[in-house]
Structures are given as structure tokens and as C-alpha cells.
Write a protein that binds this ligand. Sequence first.
Ligand code: PEP
Ligand code: MN
Length: 322
Amino acid sequence: MSLKPACFAGSSRFLLVIAHRPITKMAAVMNPKWNGQFSCFDLVAKTSECSRSIVRVRNIEIGGNDFVVMAGPCAVESETQILQTAEAVAKAGARILRGGAYKPRSSPYAFQGLGIEGLKLLSKAREATGLAIVTEVMSEEDVDVIAEYTDIMQVGTRSMENYALLEALGRCGLPVLLKRGLTATLEELLRSAQVIAMAGNPQIILCERGIRTFETATRNTLDIAAVPVLKAVSHLPVIVDPSHAAGVRSLVPVLSRAAAVVGADGLLVAVHPCPEQALSDGNQSLTFAECRGMMTGLQPYLDLQQESRELRPQLLAVGGAD
Ligand code: PEP
Ligand code: MN
């Protein structure tokens, strides 16, 4: 945005810019300190030359005009479970199937995933439905084998600062879905993105999935402001995972709508044929019917996105930290 105020009428240049804008546009004025705070991550920070990146996966564009929904179970559990889920989410309008084969679990006694068997089932589901695949990689040693099966490599919240993994993903040639660490600031998230980009891979999608706060009513606290802030300071696509943020399925549809309104490029949502019997994260997983309902309910909010785009914070061409 280029603003050329006629004269300086106060001690704060920031205030001056506001005075020259209609009141409805005030939300579009960016906090001037963000520019300096994030510009050191030059490969992922937004600049006038590089205002928006699109990550292409098969025939899908993430970060373009489409709102891309990635949906599926927390973990791949069986052939029937993943095939049924893939068909259901594809019918509901999702473009990408999620499902963990290598699971980072909070408890060492919890289901750890099917490993390579899970990867094979995911690729079977891709053949059956045409959906692209996103699955988590926990260790740099697994990068090559997982890359043979998936379309997007997911970095989980617990691995956001695993630099050996990030560097290996920088060389893997596939898009990376980078989840925000449980207690990571946005600066730290962008620092990890910069590590992947510096290692040679610019195809990065950022994911806000809730952070740990003092609040215990939800599993994590969805930092909804992270979406417009990240989109103001970085050219990377940004998606939201309302399932891991909320921890309960009843909140997932409304948080998805919130994500659409604030300008997210898509969602990562947990869906299971029978959430009560899920081996992981059943409480936050939608049934097939709930997934369809969430998708239908999103449409009017996606229509609002155009309007919200105009109100989104932008880098200021004038001003600086006062
Ligand atoms: C997941 O997507 O299943 C997952 C483990 O997410 P997170 O890393 O955000 O906890
Ligand atoms: Mn999960």
C-alpha cells in the first residue's frame, strides 16, 4: 500500500497515516514494528516484489484464490477406515486427505501409528479418490521413505524447532506444511520456515493450530490473529487447524468459519468414521455428517473473505517504529 500524506501534522507518522484514511480502513494499517521484526527472515518475509506465494500440489493451488480443505483422521488405523474417510471427505469438498502414519503422541503408551503400512494405505486412498496426501514426518531419517508416498510433508507442533528435520525437508523437493510449535511465537514459526527455505525449499505452508496458554477450557488457544499477521508479514500461505486448537468437535465448525473470515487459505481438519472408536484424537474428530455440515456452513463466510481481504493489515510504505 502506498500512502502519500500531504503534510506531517503530528509527532507520530503512524497517527498521520491513520488520519488520512477512511475510518473503515483503520484495520488495514499494519503495526509498524512488524516490518523490522520479521524482515530478517528474507526468504519468507513479504516484500513488494514477492507479495504472495502459491504452493502447488498436483492440480491444487494453496495460497491462491481457492480455500483448500485438508481432512481425514488423526491417524491411519486400517484400510477400511482410511478409504471410507477419503471418499467421505472428497464428497464433502476436501481436496487433500490428512492422516498420520508416524504419530508424535503426548503419551508413550498411546498408538504410535502404522508406519510404512499407513503410508501404503494413504497412497491407496489417493488412487481411489484423486485426493492429494498430507502426512507427518517426525525424523529426518524418515524423510526419504515418506516422500515416496505423500504429496505434502507435515511438520508437527512438537517438531517445529527440529532443525535437522527442517533442513532435510529443505532438500526433499515436496511442499512442507509447517505447524506452529505449542509455545512458539510467530517470529519463531517464521524462523523455522526460513530454515526450510534456506535449505532450498520455498514451498512452505504455515499452519496455526492453537498455542498453549493458561486457558484450559479448550485443548489449546486458537490464535486467530496469527492468520492476518502472518499474511501481512509473510508471502507464504497460511492455514488453520481448528481440531487440534479446540480439542472438542463441537467447536470445529465455528472456528473453521472464523479462519475463513480472517483470510486463511485453508483448513486441516480431523474427520473419522466413528470418532468414539478412534485410536487418537476422537474427541476433536468430526463425523462424516459433521464434516459435510462444516463444509456447507463455510460458504457464506468464504464469500465474506473478499471483503475481509481489503481490511487486512498491509505493510506500510511510510512510517516506522515510533
Ligand atoms: C496432527 O495433525 O495429528 C498432530 C499431531 O498435530 P499437532 O502436531 O498440531 O499436535
Ligand atoms: Mn492429532
